[in-house]
Design a protein around this ligand. Structure first.
Ligand code: EPZ
Length: 418
């Protein structure tokens, strides 16, 4: 297991290149199963979740390989419909292979998916959607077994705008017989990216980004080459890093329109932010005014994936902030670790009441999930004194070369094997 050794308290200056979005690449990989032809995902980040998903594709019989930063997938020989349990438990996104595997093979079997322990994370909406599309779904012994003689289009209304359920239904419906309409669909930019990719493959989908998506089933999909959209959560993490440390950084390959809710909050805190083409510039002084209230909600609301980094920032704002986590039941595991660094936070249910302190101090802290690990790292590079952050396997799931990018911006951070 690795750990970070960090000497905090330095401002950040420089440029950071943002990776392609983890939460866009993962559904694109699931979509690659839908064609026997070659798929190329350019600028593919080599983060743990992507590498695990690539391994699953290999188990299904796909040939995969990197050529530089492009991932090549050849699904011609894919024939296995069973997603290996050990890998399925590694990551949540394995679940939306159900849609593409059952559409391709008429069968799909998976153990209940894993992923960050941030809440119950049911898959009932995924399974309801697949059943509406004519897929037989059996749940027994911790596994989900799907079978279908042919997916047929349907009208589907989601109880909540689930990102994964929307993606799973799109993957099953794109080659169905007939038309599918998804109502109360998730509106995240990653859904738009999946629509664009599937349409590049010959799909006929419209409406992604709104709460109503229409899919006209097509007989087959062909191969495609595609560059996924930038990772708005990685970009947001670095914007918050600058707000916590002070200084001035520029993000390359970043779309400010996908970060409007965060940028609005950072301006309330008194950061200066502007965007030009695919760059975002942020300049932050020593004063940080409390944003008072941060409530997570489905896109375009404040992203739950930036709640932990925002909580870390709120710890050193002037005044109090209430953070409300509306999407996941247990997404405050970073709070006890922030308190070890001198933060003043009280958690009651889904709310964290943060009273700002002038600075955090260094401490030895432990990550419990991906975004919590990023939040603790930001807290450590902004704190007075030395810190260690252990269990970097979580951070490695979603951030490529996190420490290298922070070091290039002036943070004193190094990674050592424990
Ligand atoms: C995706 O997870 C992301 N993961 C998560 O990012 C992100 O936090 C989440 O969307 C919300 O934006 C990937 O894209 C791989 P949901 P997902 O289904 O699809 C409830 C990260 O850090 N729900 O939109 O699992 C669920 O309990 C990760 O990058 C049901 O009730 O999220 C939750 O309260 C963490 N039944 C809410 O919907 C279902 O069948 C949102 O879940 C499905 C979900």
């Amino acid at each position: 297991m690795d750990k970070y050794i960090i000497e905090g308290g330095r401002p950040l200056y420089g440029e950071v290149e943002i990776q392609s979005a983890k939460n866009a690449v993962l559904p694109l990989l699931a979509a690659s199963v839908l064609t026997e032809e070659r798929v190329v995902i350019r600028r593919c980040p080599r983060i743990a979740d992507v590498l695990n998903m690539v391994q699953i594709l290999g188990e299904l019989g796909c040939k995969t390989g990197f050529e530089g930063d492009a991932l090549i997938i050849d699904g011609a020989d894919a024939a296995n419909h069973e997603i290996p349990s050990a890998l399925a438990r590694e990551l949540r996104s394995s679940v939306f292979l159900l849609g593409s595997v059952v559409a391709r093979f008429g069968r799909a079997r998976i153990a209940y998916p894993g992923g960050c322990d941030i809440g119950l994370r049911p898959v009932d909406l995924h399974l309801q959607g697949l059943r509406r599309l004519g897929v037989g779904v059996r749940e027994e012994g911790g596994c989900i077994d799907c079978s279908c003689s042919g997916v047929r289009g349907a009208e589907i209304v989601l109880d909540c705008p689930s990102v994964g359920a929307t993606e799973n239904i799109l993957l099953a419906a794109v080659t169905a017989r007939g038309t599918t309409v998804i109502r109360n669909a998730a509106r995240e930019p990653e859904i738009v990216d999946l629509q664009n990719f599937l349409n590049c493959m010959g799909g006929k989908i419209a409406g992604a980004g709104t709460s109503v998506i229409a899919v006209e089933g097509v007989r087959r999909l062909h191969g495609a080459e595609y560059t996924p959209l930038p990772d708005r959560i990685e970009a947001g993490t670095f914007l918050i890093a600058a707000a916590m440390c002070g200084g001035e950084i520029a993000l390359r390959n970043a779309k400010s329109e996908n970060l409007a809710s965060l940028i609005h909050k950072l301006r309330e805190i008194s950061c200066k932010i502007h965007a030009k083409d695919d760059k975002i510039y942020i300049e932050c002084g020593a004063r940080r005014l409390s944003p008072k209230l941060v409530e997570t909600s489905p896109y375009p609301g404040f992203p739950t994936d930036l709640q932990a980094p925002m909580t870390a920032l709120a710890c050193i704002c002037e005044g109090s902030t209430v953070i409300v986590e509306n999407l996941f039941e247990t997404r405050f595991k970073h709070v006890p670790e922030l308190i070890r660094m001198g933060a003043d936070i009280t958690v009651r249910g889904r709310s964290a009441f943060v009273r700002g302190v002038p600075r955090l101090h260094g401490a030895d802290v432990c990550a419990s999930d991906l975004r919590g690990g990023a939040a603790l790292t930001l807290a450590a590079i902004s704190a007075e004194g030395c810190s260690t952050v252990v269990d970097l396997g979580f951070v490695d799931r979603g951030y490529s070369d996190f420490e290298g990018k922070l070091r290039a911006a002036g943070a004193r951070i190094r990674r050592v094997r424990v």
